[in-house]
Design a protein around this ligand. Structure first.
Ligand code: SF4
Length: 80
């Protein structure tokens, strides 16, 4: 799995595909990884990042958003 690039995220958004985002407040608790391991992985600094996928539907992202203790995860487009 590879981390999504800004370019890839912009292409998905342009196609009206919702893309999750993790902001700088992530504390690396790994709750999102436990809930949605296809979508989130911890980087070398122990911070969550979003994996490059064609779609994030059905991947429990909303559950990960709800579980994040610091509200670091959001949908990047109008689906939010
Ligand atoms: S649940 Fe939130 S704080 Fe924990 S690793 Fe994921 S984004 Fe970071």
């Amino acid at each position: 799995m590879s981390i999504i690039t800004q370019d890839q995220a912009e292409k998905l958004r342009a196609a009206d595909i919702a893309v999750p985002d993790v902001n700088e407040t992530c504390i690396g608790c790994s709750a999102c990884v436990a809930i949605s391991e296809d979508v989130f992985e911890l980087n070398d600094e122990g911070i969550s990042e979003v994996v490059a996928l064609d779609s994030y539907d059905g991947k429990d992202v909303d559950d990960a958003i709800a579980a994040c203790p610091v509200d670091a995860i959001s949908w990047e487009n109008s689906r939010a």
